[in-house]
Design a binder for this molecule. Sequence first.
Ligand code: MN
Length: 303
Amino acid sequence: MSTDLGLLLPGHDVPLGRFTTVRRLLPHRERRMIGAWCFVDHFGPDDVRGRPGMQVPPHPHTGLQTVTWLVDGIIEHRDSLGSHQLIAPGQLNLMTSGHGIAHSEYTPPDHPDGMHGLQLWVALPSAVRSPGFAHHPSLPALREGGADVTVVIGRLGGVSSPATTHTPLLGAEILFPAAGAATLPLTPGFEHGILVMSGSATVDGHTLAPGSLLYLGDGRDAVSVACPDEARLFLLGGEPFDEPLVMWWNFVGRSHEEIVEARTQWMAGERFGTVEGCAAAPLPAPELPTVRLKARDRHGRTH
Ligand code: MN
């Protein structure tokens, strides 16, 4: 069992596009990944009446899958494969960048009053080269104690999501419609973490507020959660990911050279394709740091 069991990770605010601020929960200095989950952003709940909401022009990705999960609002996705998809609460958009893809994400002009959701990245094994996009309009659900559980990615309590992953992984929304408790079954070979989107929860003696993530370690077959009122949580898990990664801007790679090549090709309009139907100019990549980018393993050690 991990020694950092019960590590409470506070998020920090990061701007996303011009009009949205997200709380970034991973990577964290003390915990870079949970399984292959390598990036966890929680946005909202925001009141976007009379405001643009999410406005993210075309930008590239490599080496990862993006998981978009909304509990309020609506987002319009377009990508360089020609996908054009509105996503609403309770649905999953799963984009696989493989070697390279570009996408845009916009709250449409006529939108609901609220916006609240998650955007998560899953690191891909380096052998996964093909890009893809899948929209899952409904996902399987089950009841565990006082919680309504939606299995977004992977398998929980004998129920499986239809989403394709490339490493053993779990992502599940845990909704308590009222005060209650639940014991959720876990996979001992996975490491897990749980984050609170709204309300509050007591997990392993820790009281979690919205926008915080509790790392649960590995080797567990269950976790008990109690909520004093209505609350919405998200459970993340996966087999520990052993490959060291270089994460820079929107790229996940294995080496400095790989990231430099991806940046150069994006800036030259090569490799990633064009996001048809999006009028906005593509996002330029930031300048590279003057030092070499280092690969880090899931413990943060450099390689
Ligand atoms: Mn993106």
